[in-house]
Design a protein around this ligand. Structure first.
Ligand code: TXA
Ligand code: MG
Length: 316
C-alpha cells in the first residue's frame, strides 16, 4: 500500500516490519537497525547478499555518537557542511549496531536524510533505520513511491510516499583511512564540494567485478536491455535494424524516435540530469528495447556520479 501516514509507518517499524521511505536521494527499504529480525527481512525482501552492508539513518548529528566510537575531525567538518544531505560517513562501529547491519565490518555507514517526512519519522523513533535503496538487488534505484510499488509492492506492508526524489542519485559514501579522506561511492554530494571542505581526497569508487569493499560491484543499476556507451550517432549505425533507445545529456540522438529517448537535461544542468536519470532508465526499460545507446556526461560535479551509474549499468 502507498500512503502518507507517518504514524502507520512508525507503528509498523516499531513492530519490526520493513517500510519503504522517501529520502532526497532515492527511496529506502527501512527497518529497525538495532533489530536483527527487521534487518534480515530487509535482506530477504531485496534479495540482497548478506555480505553487502546497510547504511543506517538517523535524524540528528548528536545521535551519531551512539553508533560510532570515533568521529574524526574531517568527518565533523563534512557533517557540519552536508548533513542532513546526500552524504554517508563510514565510521568505526559501536557495539550496539548488530553485525548483520555491517556484514561483519568494523565500520558502520551513517546518513542523515534531508527529507521532511523521513526526518519526522526518524525523530519519532528511538532507534535508527537501516535502509538500502528500495529496489531488488542489482536493479535501478527507485526515485518515486510508484517505482517501489512496481517491484516490491507485494512484499512490503507500506510505502511512505514523499514525492519524487529531489537529488535522484544515491548518497556519496566517505570514509577515513589513516587521516586520508576516501570516497567509496560517488553520489549526491560532488567530490569537488567535499574537497572544498577537507582538501584532496582519494576516490576509490572504481567499477570492479571483484570488489575489495562491498558496494563497488561492477554490474549494478542495470536495466534488462543492454546499455552500450559511446557516441550515440556512430553507435546507431552498428545497431542498424534493432530496436534502439538512447540516453543523452542535452541533445536528442539523431535517428531514434523521441519516445525511445532520454534527454537528461536540455539546459545542461547536472542536478537536473541526476534527478531524471533513474526514472528515465525505467521508462526506457519498459519499452523492451534491444539496446540502449548512452553517452557519458562531463566528468565533473554530479556528472561523475551519473557516469558511474551509466558505466555500472553498461557492465555485464
Ligand atoms: O542515498 C543512499 O545512500 C540510499 C538512501 C536510501 O539512503 N541508500 C543506499 O543504500 O544507496 P544501498 O544499500 O543501496 O547502498 C549502500 C552502499 C552499499 O553499496 C554498501 O556496500 C555500502 O553502501 N556500505 C554500507 N555499509 C558499509 C560498510 N560498513 N562498509 C563499506 N560499505 C558499506
Ligand atoms: Mg542500492
Amino acid at each position: 500500500m502507498i500512503g502518507t501516514d507517518i504514524n502507520y509507518a512508525i507503528q509498523l517499524l516499531k513492530a519490526e516490519a520493513v517500510v519503504a521511505i522517501p529520502t532526497e536521494t532515492v527511496y529506502g527499504l527501512a527497518g529497525n537497525a538495532l533489530s536483527p529480525t527487521a534487518v534480515s527481512t530487509i535482506f530477504e525482501v531485496k534479495n540482497r547478499p548478506s555480505f553487502d552492508p546497510l547504511i543506517i539513518h538517523t535524524s540528528r548529528f548528536e545521535r551519531i555518537a551512539d553508533f560510532t566510537t570515533d568521529v574524526p575531525a574531517p568527518a565533523r567538518q563534512l557533517a557540519r557542511r552536508f548533513m542532513p544531505g546526500p552524504l554517508t560517513l563510514l565510521l568505526p562501529k559501536s557495539g550496539n549496531i548488530p553485525d548483520i547491519v555491517t556484514a561483519g565490518s568494523p565500520r558502520v555507514a551513517i546518513r542523515i536524510p534531508a527529507h521532511s517526512m523521513t526526518q519526522e519519522l526518524l525523530a519519532a523513533l528511538e532507534f535508527p533505520l537501516a535502509a538500502p535503496s528500495a529496489n531488488p538487488f542489482g536493479y535501478i534505484s527507485p526515485t518515486t513511491a510508484r517505482h517501489v510499488a512496481d517491484q516490491l509492492g507485494d512484499k512490503i506492508p507500506y510505502i511512505l510516499d514523499g514525492g519524487p526524489c529531489r537529488v535522484g542519485v544515491e548518497s556519496t559514501i566517505v570514509g577515513f583511512e589513516d587521516g586520508q579522506v576516501v570516497v567509496y561511492r560517488k553520489g549526491g554530494v560532488a567530490v569537488e564540494d567535499i574537497e572544498a571542505v577537507v582538501g584532496p581526497v582519494l576516490v576509490r569508487a572504481h567499477s570492479t567485478s571483484n570488489p575489495e569493499a562491498p558496494g563497488m560491484l561492477k554490474s549494478h543499476y542495470a536495466p534488462s536491455a543492454p546499455i552500450v556507451l559511446g557516441d550515440t550517432e556512430s553507435l546507431l549505425s552498428q545497431y542498424h535494424g534493432q530496436r534502439a533507445g538512447a540516453i543523452t545529456y542535452r541533445k536528442a540522438a539523431p535517428g531514434i524516435s523521441p519516445e525511445r529517448q532520454l534527454v537528461l537535461s536540455p539546459t545542461g544542468n547536472l542536478a537536473e540530469a541526476a534527478r531524471n536519470l533513474f526514472a528515465g532508465m525505467r521508462r526506457l526499460d519498459a519499452l523492451q528495447l534491444d539496446v540502449i545507446l548512452a553517452e557519458l556526461l562531463p566528468e565533473e560535479g554530479l556528472g561523475r556520479a551519473i557516469n558511474d551509474r551509466l558505466r555500472r549499468a553498461a557492465a555485464r
